[in-house]
Design a protein around this ligand. Structure first.
Ligand SMILES: *[C@@H]1O[C@H](CO)[C@@H](O)[C@H](O)[C@H]1NC(C)=O
Ligand SMILES: *[C@@H]1O[C@H](CO)[C@@H](O)[C@H](O)[C@H]1NC(C)=O
Ligand SMILES: *[C@@H]1O[C@H](CO)[C@@H](O)[C@H](O)[C@H]1NC(C)=O
Ligand SMILES: *[C@@H]1O[C@H](CO)[C@@H](O)[C@H](O)[C@H]1NC(C)=O
Ligand SMILES: *[C@@H]1O[C@H](CO)[C@@H](O)[C@H](O)[C@H]1NC(C)=O
Ligand SMILES: *[C@@H]1O[C@H](CO)[C@@H](O)[C@H](O)[C@H]1NC(C)=O
Ligand SMILES: *[C@@H]1O[C@H](CO)[C@@H](O)[C@H](O)[C@H]1NC(C)=O
Length: 762
């Protein structure tokens, strides 16, 4: 099928074809053997000749090469799925001979050149997906006439040019029209005949003529009350914010960003009760944010940044309990930051930079349990101090408060913001010395304390942090400048405007220090450096995951498991710092007896923590495997923001170096006594290494199976609808469903998960 350079790949590809070539009514067969077995059990005839194949599904089969034109001989073919492979070259013209095709999916390959016109003549097609290739050329003007049955057209992320054919309105069954990320231009034709349209995604093209009539096509959707997605951002659309949008009562995603839209956000926007994403950033909107926004109970993304909006931030925003990201930056908002924001318990990130906000930072914000990415209040007129309570933000990555009028000392409680990477307090009125508390913030990357009134010496421990920027310019600091760490490169430290500093590396051109504690400091520095190197290899960079949400328990009682987790006085969970060495001891040197599973990106060991004897599962990523690091990062990214009783609980992440000095990345999870669902459903697949503590016969009753299915459904409902941004697991299978001591299911392995952000255009 694919002409490849590599015989082995070819052989595997052929095996795959055999495996998947037969119709599989239940979708249960995963290998050729399964197929044979299935056929024997059910007494049906499987197979037949290739020519009679009606369905060819080879998605994600790692096939490389060009697509053979002989595929055009499979004249019975109705469904062709070749997505997520590495096909290159042109799409063969012979595909146009497959007159019975109803579904053609070639997404996520590297097909290039033009799409053979014959493909647009396959009049039975209901789904045509060519997303994410390198295809080019204009779309045929008669497309809607030649593909009258089309329900799903996805051509996004290619290099298509020209106009959207007006005939598209004749494909009257169209449900999904996805043309984003191309070079389409011009007028969007009337879509009023597309009564079934639910998802319209045209973002990131050059559509519109920058004229007032550009948005007329939106009115042509006026009767489409079931429109779910309207994504037309990053185009050249001009015109007034269309009020018709308020009539799209099912709308979940409204993305109009990066256009030239003027006018006000209509008050009737509050009618869109199902709206989840409201993204109108980078337009020329004026007026105020209507307080009716507080009626959008399902909203989780609110981006109005980069407009000319004015007035106060409506306190009704406090009504939005699902809100997870809000950006009002770069507008003209005045007044105080509403303390009601403290009710938005799902908030992950707050961006209010470059407005004219006044007053203090409301203390309620420091209690937000999910705040983990960003507080950006920079370039406003905020006054008062940075409150002690900042220490409650122990899951926050960035605090940007530069360019305000904040005063007082930097509170020492900041030492508890242990995941902080960016601390920008420049251009304020902070006094006192650089706090010793920064010493504990091992993850800090950038510190800006410039243009304040800080006094005293530069603390030498700053040289021990892995900083890449330290901006201390324009303060009243004095004394010796260290020479190690960040201080060793003049481009990364800014010290000007501190008249009484001395020493440092020569490039800084500072005067020599008069007394000469040089030798002592460098000797101390050396021992310190040694200690720190040892310490950091011991502890690594620990990503502290989000706080526990107290979850409703199902009627089934659950025994309290022995978790290696303690609680501080405020009841917040503190995650242990687990180093490579600790994990090494916990698993007896990652010994085979402790091995409980292995996957594409690494292995899982059972570990017993010395500290309290608690049992954990340790997933180590094989970083030599292409994609493993990505998988680790994806998993951390996802786990950062989710908590649910039917999701595998991650205790901590360990990012460190091993004994050979190689990078070491691991996730430490709750240990699931009863292994995976796969072990129960297919016990014969169990390797000899997989030992279970539960030696009763591995049989699940209907009732138990039902409960497990419900548990999994709960977790997916949470991932898709209840958490912050929807998360797609992408790898849900029995081996990723783990069972605890009471056979409660916990979904794990988020290595392939995708977080759907505002660009849900895939
Ligand atoms: C849509 O279909 C009708 C009837 O077949 C045809 O007359 C019309 O020209 C088509 N519209 C476009 C824009 O092609
Ligand atoms: C919407 O429907 C009404 C009545 O069914 C009709 O009169 C009107 O023309 C339609 N509007 C559009 C834009 O299709
Ligand atoms: C919304 O729909 C109603 C009835 O269908 C109509 O009267 C009204 O003009 C529409 N509003 C907008 C802003 O299009
Ligand atoms: C807050 O939400 C409720 C629905 O839960 C709604 O009835 C009310 O109008 C909203 N309040 C504001 C100020 O928007
Ligand atoms: C240092 O801080 C000042 C004031 O905030 C800023 O203007 C300057 O760009 C900063 N320098 C760097 C390299 O970030
Ligand atoms: C800076 O600090 C000194 C003493 O620490 C104080 O006397 C002075 O008023 C402060 N300057 C400003 C602008 O706050
Ligand atoms: C200093 O840092 C800059 C930017 O991080 C880098 O480009 C440069 O190579 C460094 N210089 C030295 C001497 O390490």
């Amino acid at each position: 099928l694919a002409t490849t350079q590599n015989n082995e790949t070819e052989r595997l590809a052929l095996l795959e074809i055999k495996a998947k070539i037969t119709d599989d009514p239940l979708g249960v067969m995963r290998s050729w053997d399964d197929t044979i077995q299935y056929c024997e059990w059910h007494g049906v005839t499987c197979g037949g000749t290739y020519e009679q194949v009606t369905k060819l599904d080879l998605n994600s089969s790692e096939i490389t090469g060009t697509l053979s034109p002989y595929i055009g001989n499979l004249s019975f073919l109705q469904q062709l799925r070749l997505d997520s492979n590495n096909f290159v070259g042109m799409i063969p013209d012979s595909l146009g001979k497959l007159k019975n095709l109803t579904i053609m999916v070639l997404d996520e390959n590297m097909f290039n050149g033009i799409v053979p016109p014959s493909i647009f003549n396959l009049s039975l097609l209901t789904q045509l997906s060519l997303r994410q290739n390198e295809l080019e050329g204009d779309l045929p003007s008669g497309l809607g006439n030649t593909l009258p049955r089309l329900q799903f057209l996805s051509l996004g992320s290619n290099r298509f040019t020209g106009l959207i054919p007006a005939s598209i309105s004749n494909s009257s069954s169209l449900d999904v029209l996805q043309l984003s990320q191309n070079h389409l231009r011009g007028h969007v034709p009337s879509l009023h005949k597309l009564q079934r349209l639910s998802r319209l995604v045209l973002s990131d093209n050059s559509l519109g003529y920058d004229q007032d009539e550009d948005l007329n096509f939106v009115s042509s959707l006026a009767n489409h009350t079931h429109l779910l997605w309207l994504q037309i951002g990053q185009n050249n659309f001009k015109g007034v914010f269309p009020k018709t949008i308020c009539n799209f009562s099912s709308l979940a995603i409204l993305a109009l960003h990066k256009n030239n839209i003027v006018g006000e956000i209509p008050v009737c926007i509050g009618n869109l009760a199902k709206l989840q994403q409201f993204v109108v950033s980078d337009n020329r909107l004026s007026g105020v944010i209507p307080s009716s926004i507080g009626q959008l109970q399902n909203l989780y993304t609110l981006y109005t940044n980069g407009n000319n909006l004015s007035g106060v931030i409506p306190s009704s925003i406090g009504n939005l309990s699902s809100l997870s990201k809000i950006s009002l930056s770069h507008n003209n908002h005045i007044g105080e930051i509403p303390s009601d924001l403290g009710n938005c318990t799902s908030l992950i990130a707050l961006y209010f930079a470059n407005n004219s906000l006044t007053g203090g930072i409301p203390l309620q914000l420091f209690n937000l349990p999910a705040l983990s990415t960003m507080i950006d209040f920079s370039e406003n007129h905020l006054t008062g101090s940075l409150p002690e309570e900042v220490g409650k933000l122990n899951n926050l990555q960035s605090i940007l408060l530069n360019g305000n009028m904040l005063s007082g000392q930097i509170p020492s409680s900041i030492s508890r913001c242990v995941v902080l990477e960016y601390l920008y307090l420049g251009k304020n009125n902070f006094g006192g010395s650089i706090p010793d508390a920064l010493r504990s913030l091992k993850g800090l990357l950038e510190i800006d304390l410039s243009y304040n009134n800080l006094t005293g010496q530069i603390p030498p421990f700053l040289a021990d942090l892995q900083l890449r920027l330290l901006n201390l310019s324009h303060n009243s600091l004095e004394g010796e400048v260290p020479i190690r760490g960040v201080f060793n490169n003049a481009t990364n430290i800014l010290l000007s405007g501190n008249d009484r500093l001395c020493g440092g590396i020569v490039e800084l051109h500072l005067p020599r220090c008069s007394s000469s504690p040089d030798k002592q400091e460098s000797k101390q520095g050396h021992t310190k450096k040694l200690t720190v190197t040892i310490l950091s290899s011991f502890f690594g960079v620990i990503l502290v995951l989000a706080l526990v949400l107290v979850l409703l328990k199902k009627s089934r009682k659950r025994k309290k498991t022995n978790e290696p987790v303690s609680h501080d006085i405020s009841g917040h969970r503190i995650f242990p710092n687990l180093s490579y060495q600790t994990l090494l001891r916990a698993t007896n040197g990652f010994s085979p007896e402790h091995l409980i599973g292995s996957g594409t990106f690494g292995v899982v060991h059972k570990g017993i923590l010395e500290e309290d004897g608690s049992v954990v599962a340790i997933k180590t990523f094989n970083l030599e495997h292409h994609g493993a690091l990505k998988s680790f990062i994806a998993e951390c990214e996802v786990l950062r923001s989710i908590r649910h009783r039917n999701l595998l609980k991650v205790i901590t992440a360990c990012s460190s170096v091993d004994n050979q000095g190689r990078d070491f990345k691991a996730l430490v999870c709750e240990y699931m006594v009863n292994g995976s669902l796969e072990d129960w459903l297919h016990p014969s697949h169990e390797t000899s290494n997989v030992k279970s503590l539960c030696d009763t016969s591995r049989y699940l009753s209907f009732h138990q199976r039902f409960d497990i299915a419900v548990d999994v459904a709960f977790s997916l409902d949470y991932l898709h609808h209840q958490g912050g941004a929807p998360i797609v697991h992408c790898d849900l299978k029995p081996s990723n469903i783990l069972l605890d001591d009471e056979l409660v299911a916990h979904v794990g392995d988020f290595g392939l998960a995708k977080i759907l952000l505002e660009g849900v255009n895939n």
